[in-house]
Design a protein. Sequence first.
Length: 216
Amino acid sequence: MAARIPMSRDSFEAWLSTPIPDVSRIANPADMFDGWHWNGERADREWDSVGGGITPREFFSEAIEKACSGASQDGCLVLYREGALEAYLFYFGYKQWNVHTAFLMFAGAGEFKSEAAEDTVLFWAETGGNLWDADDTGWLAVLSVGKSEARFVSERDLTDTVAGLRPVESRFFDMIERLGEEEESWEWESGRDFRTDTPRDSAFVDPAVLEQPGPR
């Protein structure tokens, strides 16, 4: 999954602390796959287990901790860069809870947007983790995020969206390359589980994502 949503720095930090919205924030959740590679598939029940009440900070910091401890091989980049939230998420397999919870988080980011134009969240399947070309037929779902509501769209020109996501995609592969080098040099004969701090690097996650929030 990947998204780039323009917002102010203060809005980014407010979004991190705001619990995800109800599924009703997305106008047509059951139509998630319409028009794309899984056209004809319905998503009526996939939203039943969404992590209600969780904040983006809780969701992403937990994912990053699991990656650092070796408990997960999923990838998670969340940045504030050049006036926008940027996220690039990689899962081994279609992990419904993660994917649908993330969609709702990005839908909820709409209220923090700095621009009236709708933004686009992409979901696709690619074992290498890279973005498809804009005109490829492999996209699985496309969420359009407005200020007050989000909706899945059955068609959209993705040219500008994909171009805008290339920088965060590049950072994703920078992280993968670094992790690969660390794993190759790990003393596996020691019997110790692999651990790394790379996913916590500020090149891959904004420090605010990892901050412990104060009492509510």
